[in-house]
Every structure is written in structure tokens, then in C-alpha cells.
Design a protein around this ligand. Structure first.
Ligand SMILES: *[C@@H]1O[C@H](CO)[C@@H](O)[C@H](O)[C@H]1NC(C)=O
Ligand SMILES: *[C@@H]1O[C@H](CO)[C@@H](O)[C@H](O)[C@H]1NC(C)=O
Ligand SMILES: *[C@@H]1O[C@H](CO)[C@@H](O)[C@H](O)[C@H]1NC(C)=O
Ligand SMILES: *[C@@H]1O[C@H](CO)[C@@H](O)[C@H](O)[C@H]1NC(C)=O
Ligand SMILES: *[C@@H]1O[C@H](CO)[C@@H](O)[C@H](O)[C@H]1NC(C)=O
Ligand SMILES: *[C@@H]1O[C@H](CO)[C@@H](O)[C@H](O)[C@H]1NC(C)=O
Ligand SMILES: *[C@@H]1O[C@H](CO)[C@@H](O)[C@H](O)[C@H]1NC(C)=O
Length: 740
């Protein structure tokens, strides 16, 4: 249950021993509290405590039976920042990230979680595995990485996946038996599982583990067929088939077969004759497609040729999707930031990954161009005590530079081609040398602060014309032309406040992955129950709720009855009738349209329970669930305030087609899918799970784009894990009761 993301990478070993490979593995137990060796694999796991200071370590509930590395996880805040792990590797080496194979862009890789909009992102383990030489090389690896969609070991001895140490690269070879429901279907009659204990010669390119090659399936009736779903497809894919003859064929016997499905003209006519292709039995033959287009549902079959005495055989397959590497910040700018970062002792994680994409680091501002350029650097008061990097001059997009209140030494570097530079803060450092004359001719310069340094020499006259704000107090060595004296006094009066802007360190590299799962913790909600009741903070909560599905810890807030009366114009526009009372249209002060649901049945729940439920509901956020904005509990009235859905209920559209937009079959399909996703989230994405118990067309609302959101799940109460609270009373509308 606590397993979220795990990442694996792989690279190349300079030596040939298998042991060497494992030495380069990096296995991080995210949220773990200690370092240890996994007794089953012998792999060393390290805790991320010293690596990551953000987020918090959380114990995964009911994880007693799980491996040690899955017993704790790290939860991250919900915000637009990036939280990154930096893992060292070797440049250009191919690495494999749980479902990903990527060529290392430099000698480290950042794995970042970012931009959570719902729930709290968390990570359980992070594993980096180096691959050997050309393994998984593709023609497209400069701009695409591979995301593994299926890696199946056919004829597997058990349900367990095969990994390290059987696979020295620790790839995960899923078993073809019953891995998950409906994983592999459409299996042809006569399919049999075979195995051998003989060694298999696997020295082709991908070096699949011998153990995986020692098992296979054969189509004893002449055909092998399978159907499986490929996550995130249709897409272009890299696909491999692994064949090794592991039966001893008689002298007159042959095994020849063709790919029949999917139909690919280039490949379908090719006859596979494993022993011939591989030049011998017990030797791997590994044909592959470099770039093949595949659908979400992959059906494939191999059929024996007429002159073959044996049916087709298959040991394993591997299918990976090509995923484009996100566009990156201008490389020159990244180099400068790297130079700056190297001056800093602090290591702060929000500076991982690309400086601008998809979320920018806290201490830089980026232009909206493609590729993004850096427009502002704020490194005030960071204890930097070296020279200002000369690379700065290539940052042509820069408009503001804040390097004040450090202990920077040396001269002010060349920056004469930074034609966009407007504001420069270099004050309170230990800079020496002259004020370069180019400063007087930077076309955009408006403010220049160099006070409290050890600069010397003559001030370029152009700086003293009064056209720019220029402060150079506290530099005893600086002198100026006589005619400008009067003016500079004026300018001195302007003081520069010391900025206290948070800043962080980074290593410029590639954002690998941003993969979030959500989980709502019931315990947290309980803690909040009381404070929620009394908290009354409309202004912030409006802005929080405005995003539709973005929520912070505060959840729904208490809206005063007065505000609701005003928004609904004293409950003048009734738009429906819920199972608990009427529903009114309203418009809040900030223009947000809402639906106010009156809870007529105020006796059934105690106040505390109402507030607790509201707190819970307001934390549940999903694209296909109607967002709860707030609640009101005053003068024995209880109301829930939801986001207004412009296209009403699905029931209206289906039953009253005269007044409503016609919904075509495609739209209906979308609606069904949306509603199912909403329900699935209630069942599996929430903890504790929520059973709706009143699913019907009038509880499926349509937004302005005719996409569906499930409503009224608040009435259903949680499917308590705690048996003492089981609520088995039927609820909802007769005729629509959930089987549960
Ligand atoms: C775990 O090992 C890492 C790397 O060897 C080390 O930096 C860290 O201090 C260790 N952490 C603990 C909790 O022992
Ligand atoms: C890794 O590559 C080396 C050099 O080509 C090769 O000799 C070695 O067998 C490979 N290691 C494995 C485990 O396949
Ligand atoms: C290998 O095949 C034999 C029968 O052919 C079977 O009894 C045995 O369980 C198989 N072993 C494995 C590991 O699948
Ligand atoms: C694969 O082939 C398609 C069409 O032939 C092409 O558009 C695409 O760029 C190729 N490469 C990848 C990585 O998708
Ligand atoms: C192979 O085929 C030939 C001719 O069809 C036959 O004479 C011979 O007995 C066969 N050998 C075996 C081992 O089956
Ligand atoms: C095929 O294998 C045989 C012996 O098993 C060997 O003599 C021959 O050179 C191999 N052919 C190729 C092309 O590798
Ligand atoms: C210069 O430094 C001194 C002492 O650090 C400080 O009090 C003063 O405000 C600084 N002057 C300016 C102009 O920043």
C-alpha cells in the first residue's frame, strides 16, 4: 500500500565482474531512518535523511509484511516547488529509472518531485542502476528516454518478479503468471510452459538474465498469442523479443514461426528459426524494433509455418515507450548557474533539475521563451566568498542581478553584453579594482549599488549623470570628476534594503520524472477537526479553492451565513434538490460561482461529526469529483458550498433532452470514464476509502466542458478500516444502491 514510486537507473561497469555492477547501485530508502543491507538481495540501502531535508518521513501503515524499504516513505508539501534527489553517475551512461532508461546527461542525475496539485506527493524508494555499454541504446536517446511499459518473463517459475541478483542489472522481469488481474489475456489454446536448467548463452546486446531465458512458453497447437495493456499508450515504442531454443529438437524437427499480429510488413514475413538465428540451441536470439507505433492494447501472436514440426516459442518481451525529454533552459545560462552554485556551501534541494522547467528554482526567474533564459538571479547574503564568475557575461537575458551582502572578492567582471541588465546589486561585498567603464554604457541600466566594497579608481562619468540610481558610498578608494559632486550626494540618500530572499543551490541537469500519487491521511484530518471549525479565513481559502482541485492543509473553511445569503441573493435561485435538501445557485464576492447545498437533515449528525466529515471531504480532490469549497454551520443550519457545475446533472441531459444539449456517444463515453475515475479515486485513492453508496445520474454533474464530476460522495461516509466504526446502514436513493 505504501509503495509509490520507485526509480531504478543503470550504467556501465569498467570491470567485467558482476559484483562491480552492484557496487555502483544506489538504493535510497526514502523516509527510512537508518542504513541497512537487504538480507534477501545483499544490496545496501541508505536512508535519505542526510540527503534530503525537505518533506517528512512517514511510517506506512500496515506495512509489517513489506520489505524494509517500503515501511517508511517521504511525504512532500503540495506546492509548485521542485524537490530533488541528486544522484551521481557518469555522463552519457544509460540508466534505468524504475520504468525508465535514460542516458545520463552529465555526471549526476536529479530526480525531482514537483508541482503537486492534489494530495501529497510521496516517494518510497529511489534506485539507480548502471547499464553496460550499449545496452538499450536507441537512435533517439538525445531527445527521448525510454519508459518501460512491459517486461515479461514467459514461463516464469513463480509469480515473483525476477530481479537482482538473478539479473545483475536489477531490471524487474515480471512473471507471466497472474501478476495482476487481466494482465496477460487471450492466451492461445495449447500454450505450455517449459524450462531448462542448462546454461543459456545470453551475450547479445541487452544481456537478459539467464534465469529468465531458461523458461519459455510454447504453442503446442501451432500458435502463441497474448494481449496486454500498455500504460500511457498509444505511443512510439522500442520493443524487444527474446528467443532461446530450450528444447532438444530431434534431427528432423524444426521450429519455425512468423509474427502474425500486429501486422508489420517488414517483419511479418520474416521467419524466426531460433536455432538458426542464434546459431545454436541454448543461445539467445534477440530481434527488436527500434521504433514501432503501438496502441494501448497490444495483441500479438506467433504462428508456426507449415513446414515446421514444432510450434512457436517465446522467452521474454520488453516494450518501452519513447518519452520526449522536456525542453530545457538555455545551456549557457545553466553553465553560469552551475558556476554560481559551486560557490555556495549550502545545498538546497529546490535547486535540482532544470533551473526553469517545469518549476523554476527559488533564486532565479526565467523568461517564458523557448528555451527559457534566466532573467533574474537573487543570491543576497549567501556567504559566497570567491570571485564573481566571469561566465556571467553570457547570460544575455539577465535583467536583475542581486549578489549583495556576500563576501565576494576580486574585480567586477565583464558584463558588457548584458544589454538587458536593469538592476545590479553588488553592495556589501569585498570587491576590489575599478568600476568598469562599460557600466556607464549598459543601455538598460537603471539601478547600480556598489556601496561598502573596496573599489578604487575613477568613477565612469556616465554613471554620475543622474539618469540612473547609483550608490557607491563606503568605497574609500573611489574618486569622481569634480563637476559631478553635487549630484552624487542626492543619490547617496537612497538606501538599499538587504534582501532576505530564500535561495538555494543546484546542479543543473535534467528533470527526470515527476510522478505523483495521492493519499489522504485520515489521522491528519482528525487532528485538524477542531481547528477547522473555528478557523475563518475566507480570503485565502477562496484563492486556494479557485484552482478547482488544488487544496492546502486548511481544507474547506467556514463561510459565515451572511456571506452565503449575500452570494445566493437570499436563496433566490434554486437549481436542484439534493437528497438532503434544496440546492441554490450563488456567486461569491470574488466572482466564483457556487452551489449551496442545504442539509435539511440536521439532526442525524452531531456537530463534531459534521465538521470532521467536512474536513475530510474538503481534502479529497480529484479532477472527477465536485470540489467542496466550504461549509456553513450557524443557527442550526448546515450548508455545504460546492463549486458550481455549469451543465447541471447528467440526469437532466439524459431524461430531458428537449431542453438540453445533445450528448453524443463519444461524450457519453467520456462521461462514463470520468465518473468511473472519480469513483475509483474514492475507492482507492482515499484513505480511508470512501464508498459512494448513491451513484446515480443526478449525482454526476457536468462542468462547462461537459466533463463529468461525481458529487454527493460526502453522504457516504468512509469505508472504515477500523471495524468498530463499520457503517452498514443503507443510505441513498432506493433503486440506486451500490452493491456494497
Ligand atoms: C548512511 O550512509 C550514507 C552514505 O554512506 C551516509 O552519508 C549517512 O550518514 C548514513 N546514514 C545513517 C543514518 O547512518
Ligand atoms: C559488460 O560489458 C563488458 C565489455 O563489453 C562485457 O565483457 C561484460 O560481459 C558485460 N557484463 C555483463 C554482466 O554482461
Ligand atoms: C520445469 O518443468 C518441469 C516439467 O517439465 C516441472 O516439473 C518443473 O516444476 C519446472 N520447473 C520450474 C522451475 O518451472
Ligand atoms: C518514430 O517514428 C515516427 C514515425 O515514423 C517518428 O515520427 C518519430 O519521430 C520516431 N521516433 C520516435 C522516438 O518516436
Ligand atoms: C528423419 O526423416 C527421414 C526421412 O523423412 C527418416 O528416414 C528418418 O528416420 C528420420 N529420422 C528421425 C530421427 O526421425
Ligand atoms: C555457428 O556455430 C558454429 C559451431 O557451433 C561455429 O563453428 C560457427 O562459426 C558459428 N557461425 C557463426 C556465424 O557464428
Ligand atoms: C555599509 O555597512 C555598514 C556596516 O556593515 C552598514 O551599517 C551600512 O548601512 C552599509 N551602507 C550601505 C549604504 O549599505
Amino acid at each position: 500500500m505504501g509503495l509509490l514510486i520507485h526509480f531504478l537507473f543503470l550504467f556501465l561497469c569498467l570491470f567485467q565482474s558482476i559484483l562491480c555492477q552492484a557496487k555502483e547501485f544506489i538504493s535510497i530508502d526514502c523516509g527510512g531512518t537508518r542504513n541497512y543491507t537487504d538480507p534477501s538481495t545483499g544490496l545496501a540501502w541508505i536512508s535519505d535523511t542526510g540527503i534530503l531535508s525537505h518533506g517528512k518521513s512517514v511510517e506506512v501503515e500496515n506495512s509489517n509484511g513489506d520489505l524494509l524499504q517500503y515501511q517508511r516513505r517521504r511525504d512532500f508539501p503540495i506546492d509548485s516547488k521542485k524537490y530533488c534527489y541528486t544522484l551521481s553517475t557518469k555522463e552519457r551512461r544509460r540508466v534505468y529509472v524504475k520504468e525508465m532508461i535514460i542516458r545520463a546527461p552529465s555526471n549526476f542525475i536529479d530526480v525531482c518531485l514537483c508541482c503537486a496539485t492534489t494530495g501529497s506527493p510521496f516517494i518510497s524508494t529511489l534506485e539507480l542502476r548502471p547499464l553496460n555499454l550499449s545496452m538499450y541504446a536507441t537512435d533517439f536517446e538525445d531527445s527521448f528516454y525510454l519508459k518501460v511499459a512491459a517486461r515479461v518473463n514467459f514461463g516464469a517459475p513463480s509469480k515473483e518478479a525476477i530481479r537482482y541478483p538473478d539479473d545483475p542489472y536489477d531490471r524487474i522481469w515480471d512473471s507471466d503468471i497472474d501478476r495482476r488481474q487481466n494482465y496477460l489475456v487471450g492466451v492461445a489454446a495449447g500454450t505450455e510452459r517449459i524450462n531448462t536448467s542448462k546454461n543459456i548463452e545470453i551475450k547479445t546486446r541487452e544481456y537478459p538474465p539467464v534465469k529468465v531465458m531458461q523458461t519459455a512458453v510454447v504453442g503446442t497447437e501451432g500458435m502463441l498469442s497474448y494481449r496486454l495493456n500498455l500504460e500511457d499508450f498509444p505511443a512510439h515504442a522500442r520493443a524487444y523479443a527474446y528467443f532461446a531454443e530450450i528444447e532438444d529438437l530431434g534431427v528432423n524437427e524444426t521450429r519455425k514461426f512468423k509474427l502474425k499480429q500486429p501486422y508489420m510488413p517488414d517483419y511479418n514475413n520474416a521467419v524466426v528459426n531460433i536455432a538458426e538465428n542464434a546459431n545454436g540451441s541454448y543461445t539467445l536470439y534477440e530481434p527488436s524494433y527500434m521504433n514501432v507505433s503501438m496502441d494501448f492494447v497490444l495483441s500479438f501472436s506467433f504462428v508456426k509455418t507449415k513446414d515446421s514440426t514444432r510450434g512457436p516459442l517465446l522467452n521474454a518481451i520488453e516494450i518501452s515507450k519513447y518519452v520526449e525529454i522536456a525542453s530545457k533552459t538555455d545551456q549557457q545560462d545553466v553553465n553560469v548557474l552551475n558556476a554560481l552554485r559551486s560557490l555556495l556551501a549550502e545545498i538546497v534541494l529546490t535547486s535540482g533539475g532544470d533551473p526553469c522547467v517545469p518549476a523554476h528554482w527559488e533564486w532565479v526567474t526565467c523568461s517564458p521563451t523557448m528555451p527559457p533564459r534566466i532573467t533574474k538571479i537573487v543570491l543576497s547574503g549567501k556567504n559566497m566568498n570567491s570571485k564573481i564568475p566571469s561566465e556571467l557575461k553570457s547570460m544575455e537575458g539577465l535583467t536583475e542581478l542581486w549578489l549583495d551582502s556576500n563576501s565576494l572578492t576580486g574585480p567586477i567582471p565583464e558584463m558588457n553584453n548584458l544589454v538587458n541588465l536593469k538592476i545590479v546589486h553588488l553592495e556589501n561585498n569585498r570587491l576590489t579594482g575599478p568600476l568598469p567603464s562599460y557600466l556607464g554604457s549598459l543601455p538598460s541600466l537603471r539601478e547600480l549599488y556598489v556601496q561598502n566594497n573596496s573599489l578604487s579608481g575613477e568613477i565612469p562619468p556616465a554613471l554620475l549623470t543622474g539618469n540612473i540610481i547609483f550608490n557607491y558610498e563606503g568605497n574609500p578608494g573611489l574618486s569622481q570628476g569634480a563637476k559631478h559632486k553635487a549630484r552624487y550626494k542626492l543619490i547617496l540618500g537612497i538606501s538599499a534594503g538587504v534582501l532576505a530572499i530564500l535561495f538555494v543551490l543546484f546542479l543543473g541537469s535534467l528533470l527526470l520524472l515527476c510522478n505523483l500519487r495521492t493519499k489522504t491521511s485520515f489521522k491528519k484530518i482528525d487532528d485538524k477537526g477542531d481547528s477547522l471549525r473555528t478557523s475563518n479565513k475566507p480570503s485565502t481559502a477562496y484563492s486556494i479553492a479557485r484552482g478547482g482541485h488544488l487544496m492546502d492543509e486548511g481544507g474547506a473553511y467556514n463561510i459565515p451565513l451572511f456571506d452565503i445569503e449575500e452570494a445566493t441573493n437570499n436563496f433566490s435561485k434554486k437549481i436542484g434538490k439534493g437528497s438532503f435538501g434544496p440546492v441554490y445557485y450563488g456567486k461569491m464576492k470574488d466572482g466564483k460561482e457556487v452551489a449551496v447545498k442545504i442539509m435539511a437533515d440536521s439532526s442525524s449528525h452531531g456537530t463534531q461529526q459534521f465538521v470532521t466529515e467536512v474536513a475530510l471531504l474538503s481534502r479529497i480532490h480529484h479532477r472527477n469529483l465536485v470540489p467542496l469549497i466550504g461549509y456553513c454551520e450557524e443557527e442550526y443550519q448546515r450548508m455545504l458550498v460546492y463549486e458550481y457545475m455549469h451543465n447541471g446533472t447528467l440526469r437532466d441531459h439524459i431524461n430531458d433532452s428537449a431542453n438540453q444539449k445533445h450528448i453524443d456517444w463519444v461524450a457519453r463515453l467520456y462521461i462514463a470514464e470520468d465518473a468511473a475515475k472519480g469513483l475509483e479515486y474514492l475507492h482507492t485513492g482515499c484513505n480511508p476509502s470512501i464508498i459512494h453508496r448513491d451513484v446515480k445520474t443526478s449525482n454526476i454533474l457536468l462542468d462547462i466542458n461537459m466533463r463529468a464530476k461525481v458529487s454527493d460522495f460526502g453522504l457516504s461516509r468512509q469505508a472504515e478500516e477500523d471495524l468498530t466504526h463499520i457503517s452498514s446502514v443503507a443510505r441513498g436513493t432506493v433503486g440506486y444502491l451500490d452493491p456494497e
